[in-house]
Design a protein around this ligand. Structure first.
Ligand SMILES: [Ca+2]
Ligand SMILES: [Ca+2]
Length: 391
């Protein structure tokens, strides 16, 4: 009797076969299950949960953006903080802000990458702008004699330096919210030194944001300070403070613990301002908490000029031309400005909204929303802040 004929020997031959069949089946089962799970949930695993939808109706998988390391490249220039750069979803999701007209030009959410840069913690103040003027003798556009060619309807003798100041309607006066001229008053003598008109000045307002600054004035200041205006993408990346797709620099709720986090308008614009946030017009810079990057007033207080030309179709088109998971790198905007509402007036982007933004009108304190301004025009609710490249 050899070993193979022994009943036990036969069993010894069968048992390893069953074992290997079982192991093989297990591997096949694991492989099939993993393949099915990856095909079903792979996007969620690699890109995070959820789908996103553009205003155009096109849906795509959400991908977690990658932020750069936060370590600054050196000591911070005075008054500036390091913005690390990285990827972010630019724009406002239609689902998150449904029914708002204020996202009509910002709702093609798209992945953008920006390099790191330094940014002013606050809007440029009257004191800072005064130092620039003292050093250079610079005269702002609002202080200069207007060119009669630009104002053919005004008699040359009547043409005087002016800027635009907000005018609250008289009690009982009803205005058309579609016509911004209803509340903007071109005021002779208004300028950064006289923010409310000739009778006003900036004494005691040194720490307020400088206003009545047109695009050219902001660029001139930046050059003197050896800085530059942020691109629109840099501004939005910075404003978000590292948060992903939130409505505000601090989260998704307008108020935190019942408190306003930005200087805006409370009540019905432009009739009633309840000043629940403590300020009627502009506030001293840094009157509200900063975002996670240490930036103040990215929402509200005064609008801030960006470097990009404003052109709605360019912004929308650039999102449709690329794979949604491929970040557009350091976008600088279109080559020229065009606004369908005022085709003859080229405009640059402004961001962040102002103390005039209200829930019933122009909620541009929502961080992904966009504003625009004609490049030689100035108002008492628009200023700027600068950025600086890493060396
Ligand atoms: Ca206010
Ligand atoms: Ca601001």
């Amino acid at each position: 009797m050899n070993a193979a004929s022994h009943p036990e020997s036969a069993n010894q031959g069968i048992r390893p076969a069953i074992f290997w069949i079982a192991v093989g089946s297990m591997f096949v089962l694991i492989f099939v299950s993993a393949s099915v799970a990856l095909s079903l949930y792979g996007d969620a695993l690699f890109y995070g949960p959820g789908r996103m939808r553009r205003a155009s109706g096109k849906e795509f998988e959400y991908r977690q953006p990658k932020l750069n390391p936060t370590t600054p490249p050196g000591p911070a220039p005075e008054g500036m903080v390091w913005i690390p750069g990285g990827e972010f979803w630019m724009g406002v999701e239609v689902e998150k802000y449904p029914g708002s007209n204020d996202i009509f030009d910002a709702s093609e959410v798209h992945l953008v990458y920006v390099d790191g840069f330094w940014m002013d913690k606050t809007e440029v103040t009257n004191a800072e702008f005064a130092r620039f003027v003292a050093a250079t003798g610079y005269v702002t556009v609002a202080e200069k004699q207007p060119d009669p060619k630009e104002f053919p309807d005004v008699k040359p003798d009547a043409l005087k330096p002016f800027s635009i100041v907000f005018r609250q309607p008289q009690p009982g006066e009803m205005i058309d919210l579609r016509d911004y001229r209803s509340w903007w008053d071109p005021k002779v003598g208004a300028s950064w030194k006289h923010p409310d008109g000739p009778g006003s000045n900036i004494k005691g307002r040194e720490n307020f944001p400088v206003v009545h600054i047109c695009y050219h004035d902001a660029v001139a200041y930046c050059r003197w300070a050896k800085k530059r205006l942020p691109t629109e993408a840099e501004w939005e990346f910075a404003g978000r403070g590292g948060l992903d797709r939130k409505l505000y620099p601090w989260g998704d709720e307008l108020k935190v613990d019942g408190k306003w986090m930005a200087n805006a308008w409370q009540g019905e614009f432009p009739y009633t301002n309840t000043k629940e946030d403590g300020f009627d017009g502009a506030a001293p810079v840094a009157s509200f908490p900063p975002n996670a990057y240490g930036l103040y007033d990215m929402s509200g207080n005064v609008w801030e000029w960006c470097a990009d030309w404003y052109r709605k179709d360019h912004y929308i088109q650039r999102c449709r031309d690329v794979d949604p998971h491929t970040a557009i790198r350091n976008p600088t905007g279109p080559d020229s400005g065009f606004d369908l509402e005022e085709p003859g007036l080229p405009k640059r982007v402004q961001r962040g909204g102002s103390f005039l933004c209200a829930e019933n009108f122009c909620t541009r304190y929502v961080i992904g929303t966009r504003g625009k301004g004609e490049i030689t025009s100035a108002q008492n609710h628009c200023g700027f802040r600068c950025v600086k490249d890493a060396k």
